[in-house]
Design a protein around this ligand. Structure first.
Ligand code: PLP
Length: 400
């Protein structure tokens, strides 16, 4: 009989020559389980998605309740669908007053696409500025913002009028002018290997955008929903962007994205032409019911307040010379090693010993750590023990 692995390789499109090939039978809390009941601790949260763990009971209950009512009923923006309305209302309640309107999408890249269109239509300008080593998604528009030449070359021509600044470099802010519609930036760069900028940099960026009438768009698709120790990362820096991009952790494990803006800005989609941005499945009612439940779990279980303490426990346990640097904020952490061979071997060691970690698109010399915020102290200790054993086997013993 052909195994599921073989069928996966043969019949589903592949995105690399070295997929992980872990077969998942079920998932619960911070664990994934294989068909042989082998258990893996998910230390990357399905790539910053499972902030409240897998299949949180409150999310499952909300999904089940919505399944009894309706699934898809019509395209986004026409009918009053209570899961959308309730989720948008509760999301806005977590945000500063300038955020008044939520556009619900299916994914992160779609939120990026919608926000780019919004910025162009609202400002009447065409230039968009992004940062080198950014990642904003894989659709043509979002890919145009990826600060990585290899991807540009391979899929050119991409969108025109996109310029790049170096993340964190004050002099580059001079590139922002009255011709610039928007700066789209991650407040903490994820795929660059978790780069946390200074508050003064982001404040200067905010000031330059305000001065030139440029919209500041924060991509919080990785950093949102408590990941960094605040509900949203911008809260660390004492500034507020004009548009906020959300996805990943928003849906409690269900596909959903959003871009959030002031109402008068969002209203430009309504006419000239009407239906300026539409989507069939965006804001799917089941995803919105899950997102509302997930947001309530984050709030009720005080998950955001626990992040700093849990992150400190990781940092303390992992303070060994072979880890050159631990970058990040809260539970968005990156362990800098020397080279990709070490990263690959340590992550394989960890997978074999039941701990899933990974690396980054633009930084293959560092290990990715983004556990569910629900991880307990004992689980942190166990995870760190496995990572340290991997480092000992791959780096320390090899050097002897
Ligand atoms: N923005 C950031 C910062 C991301 O990390 C990602 C995905 O990894 C995206 C946007 C795109 O999100 P999606 O994969 O849901 O399209």
């Amino acid at each position: 009989m052909i195994s599921n692995r073989e069928l996966f390789l043969r019949n589903t499109a592949q995105t690399s020559n070295s997929p992980r090939l872990i077969e998942v039978e079920r998932a619960e809390g911070i664990y994934l389980y294989g068909p042989d009941d082998k258990r893996y601790m998910d230390l990357v949260s399905g790539f910053n998605v499972s902030n409240i763990g897998h299949r949180h009971p409150a999310v499952i209950e909300a999904i089940q309740q919505q399944l009894e009512k309706y699934l898809h009923v019509t395209v986004y923006g026409e009918f009053v669908q209570t899961p959308q309305v309730h989720f948008a209302t509760e999301l806005l309640a977590c945000l500063p007053n300038s955020f008044e309107s939520v556009y619900l999408t299916n994914s992160g890249a779609e939120s990026v696409e919608g926000a780019m269109k919004l910025a162009k239509k609202f400002t009447g300008r065409r230039q968009i500025i992004a940062a080198h080593k950014a990642y904003h998604g894989s659709t043509q528009g979002a890919l145009s913002l990826i600060g990585n030449e290899d991807y540009h070359r391979a899929y050119a021509p991409l969108l025109p009028d996109i310029s790049f600044i170096n993340f964190g470099a004050m002099p580059d802010l001079e590139m922002i002018t009255t011709q610039t519609a928007a700066v789209i930036i991650e407040p903490i760069q994820g795929e660059a290997g978790v780069r946390v900028p200074s508050a003064s940099y982001l404040q200067a960026l905010r000031a330059k955008c305000t001065l030139t009438g440029t919209l500041l768009i924060f991509d919080e698709i990785q950093t949102g929903f408590g990941r960094t120790g605040r509900m949203f990362a911008f809260e660390h820096f004492d500034i507020v962007p004009d548009i906020l991009l959300l996805a990943k952790g928003i849906g409690g494990g269900m596909p959903l994205g959003a871009f959030v803006a002031p109402k008068h800005m969002m209203d430009v989609f309504k006419d000239n032409p009407m239906l300026g941005h539409i989507t069939t499945f965006g804001g799917h009612p089941v995803s919105c019911a899950a997102a509302r439940a997930s947001l309530q779990v984050i709030q009720k279980e005080n998950l955001v307040d626990q992040v700093a303490h849990k992150a400190a426990r990781f940092r303390q346990a992992l303070a060994v010379p072979q880890i050159k640097e631990i970058r990040g904020l809260g539970l968005m952490m990156c362990l800098q090693l020397d080279n990709f061979d070490q990263v690959y071997a340590v992550s394989n060691y960890c997978a074999t010993h039941g701990v899933m970690i990974d690396w980054y698109l633009h930084c293959e010399t560092a290990l990715r750590l983004a556990p569910p915020l629900t991880i307990t102290e004992d689980e942190i200790d166990h995870a760190c023990a496995i990572i340290l054993a991997g480092i000992r086997e791959v780096i320390v013993l090899k050097a002897c």
